[in-house]
Structures are given as structure tokens and as C-alpha cells.
Ligand binder design. Structure first.
Ligand SMILES: [Zn+2]
Length: 161
């Protein structure tokens, strides 16, 4: 009796640690596991309305609206949700678009996905830690990479060096 109760408890505790995603193959790609996972309600509480709109709802801020577009000091641009270091000021350039732009992310900082929100496919860029939407990457950037990471300032914070 005791033994079977133990094995039942062992079974229950194993079952409870299985990731939810494995039980639901129909979950959207967006729901894939990131190191930092919070409920929508938690993100809403933790972020400002504009941070939440960009990071969690893929909104795009009005060009020229973020002070980070004009930020020229040495330092690091980090995820506004979890402080994950995303871009060094050494890779920032003025793209003239009104959005903070970079030609290279920090190693392992971001992930990408294909986005069909407009008629043509774009490469969406998100934080590798929390999955929060940051912006898009285009192939019309400066040397040496030729890439233009077009970021929303609302998705980031600047940490001066
Ligand atoms: Zn993040």
C-alpha cells in the first residue's frame, strides 16, 4: 500500500515537471520555450505599456520616438524585460530610419523567425532569453556584416559603460 502510494506520488511529480509545450503540438511557434517564461499577465505587470506592446505584442514604435535612437554614448543596449545584453554601442549606426540600428548583435543575444505581417516576409528579431520582440533585421546594412538590425528603443534599455 505504502509502496504504491509512493510510486503514484513519484509519477505525479514527474508528470508535473514536463513542459506544457510537449503536451500541445498545436501551440504556436511563439510559445516555444525560452529560458525566461512568464504569463501574459505577469509581463503586463512588469513592463510599461509601450514596452509590453513591442516586446509581447510585436508592436512597432513610431520612428524617432525613442531617445535610444539618438544615444551615442559607449555602453550596452539590453532587453527591457530581463536586462539580457543585446547590442554593443560599438555596432550602432545612424540608419536615418528613426529606429536604433545596429550591424551586429552580441553573441547568442538574439533569435530570429520569419514574419509575414507585411506582404513580403521579414526576419523578426527577438531576445534569446525571454522571446520578447525587438524588431527586424534587413540585408541593407553597413560593412562589415551588411546587416541592419532595426530595433525598437522601447524594447531596450541603455546601460552606459
Ligand atoms: Zn529579454
Amino acid at each position: 500500500m505504502i509502496a504504491s502510494r509512493r510510486s503514484l506520488l513519484a509519477f505525479l511529480s514527474t508528470a508535473s515537471v514536463l513542459p506544457f509545450a510537449s503536451a500541445c503540438n498545436a501551440a504556436p511557434a511563439k510559445a516555444k520555450a525560452f529560458p525566461i517564461v512568464k504569463s501574459d499577465a505577469e509581463w503586463k505587470r512588469l513592463l510599461t505599456p509601450s514596452q509590453y506592446a513591442v516586446l509581447r505584442k510585436h508592436a512597432t514604435e513610431r520612428p524617432g520616438s525613442s531617445p535610444l535612437d539618438k544615444e551615442k554614448r559607449k555602453g550596452t543596449f539590453v532587453c527591457a524585460a530581463d536586462r539580457n545584453p543585446l547590442f554593443s554601442s560599438a555596432t550602432k549606426f545612424d540608419s536615418g530610419t528613426g529606429w536604433p540600428s545596429f550591424w551586429k548583435p552580441l553573441p547568442g543575444a538574439i533569435g530570429t523567425a520569419t514574419d509575414y505581417k507585411l506582404i513580403y516576409p521579414r526576419t523578426e528579431v527577438h531576445c534569446a532569453e525571454c522571446g520578447g520582440h525587438l524588431g527586424h533585421v534587413f540585408k541593407d546594412g553597413p560593412k562589415p556584416t551588411g546587416l541592419r538590425y532595426c530595433m525598437n528603443g522601447d524594447a531596450m534599455l541603455f546601460v552606459p559603460a
